[in-house]
Design a binder for this molecule. Structure first.
Ligand code: NDP
Length: 238
């Protein structure tokens, strides 16, 4: 059974990715900060089989070591580093805490989780790493912390693509545009309308739009796609 770790999968894009992949008969380890992930995992297991939930704060290396200690490393085929938060504020008003929380959750988490499984993926001589970046990687007003983390995710992705390709492991990033999730639901309507104006397809993306792209990269047939940024933004360019 090929198992895939999906971080931040209690809701939003991560939940959709986990469900989409479970429907395609991958085993799924759903990981989230919220302890209700155990219940979510069990409900998904009833629906699709081979799904479990693990509670973990992926911004902490020590917590990742502990939370994943019982996972059979040899079964893990893929990692989707999706967990992320934003704390948007102009840089002049940004606190150290707002900077630190976003960098730790959105960027350090990729190291913390990937590091737990990389040696076994190398031993298996196969694997897929998919990192969820953002169109904001290119710089966006009010997002110095988030943009820095999401740009960092791209450097991380491309470096792993170069280092790990020889072990049959691919590393790719997905760059979602504006996707309807709890993260974006809280934005003022005026800002949402401005985003939609910029999107040639004239609609907000769905979590399933992103999940479909992840599933494409997970496929065995996608094994020659390595080090790319796959834009899922309906043509929006920030
Ligand atoms: P949501 O806020 O809806 O969901 C994020 C999930 O990540 C939540 O379940 C949250 O758990 C979990 N999470 C947050 N911090 C941690 C942590 N330290 N450890 C474990 N889990 C954590 O976000 P989205 O679904 O919108 O975003 C998913 C990813 O996609 C993020 O990386 C985001 O940056 C990226 N993205 C989203 C876009 C969008 O338009 N929505 C656009 C571009 C990129 P809890 O509920 O417990 O806080």
């Amino acid at each position: 059974m090929k198992k895939i770790i999906v971080t931040g999968s209690n809701r939003g894009i991560g939940h959709s990715i986990a469900e989409y992949l479970a429907k395609k008969h991958y085993g799924i380890i759903m990981v989230d900060y919220d302890s209700s992930i155990n219940e979510t995992g069990s409900q998904m297991n009833d629906l699709y089989g081979n799904v479990e939930g693990i509670q973990c704060d992926v911004s902490s290396y020590e917590k990742c070591e502990k939370a994943f200690s019982n996972v059979d490393r040899s079964e893990v085929y893929g990692i989707v580093n999706n967990a992320g938060i934003n704390r948007d504020v102009m840089f002049k008003n940004m606190t150290y805490e707002q900077w630190d929380a976003v960098i730790k959750t959105d960027l350090y988490s990729m190291f913390n989780v990937t590091k737990q499984f990389i040696n076994s993926m190398i031993e298996n001589n196969s694997g897929r790493i998919v990192n969820i970046s953002s169109a904001s990687w290119n710089g966006n007003i009010g997002q110095a912390n988030y943009s820095a983390a999401k740009a960092g995710a791209i450097g991380f992705t491309r470096t792993l693509a170069r280092e790990l390709g020889k072990y049959g492991i691919t590393s790719n990033a997905i760059v979602p545009g504006f996707i309807k999730t709890p993260m974006t639901d809280s934005m003022p309507d005026k800002i949402k309308e401005k985003f939609i104006e910029k999107i040639p397809l004239k609609r907000i993306g769905t979590p399933e739009d992103v999940a479909n792209a992840v599933e494409f990269l997970m496929k065995g047939e996608s094994g020659y796609i390595n080090g790319i940024l796959l834009d899922v933004g309906g043509g929006m360019i920030l």
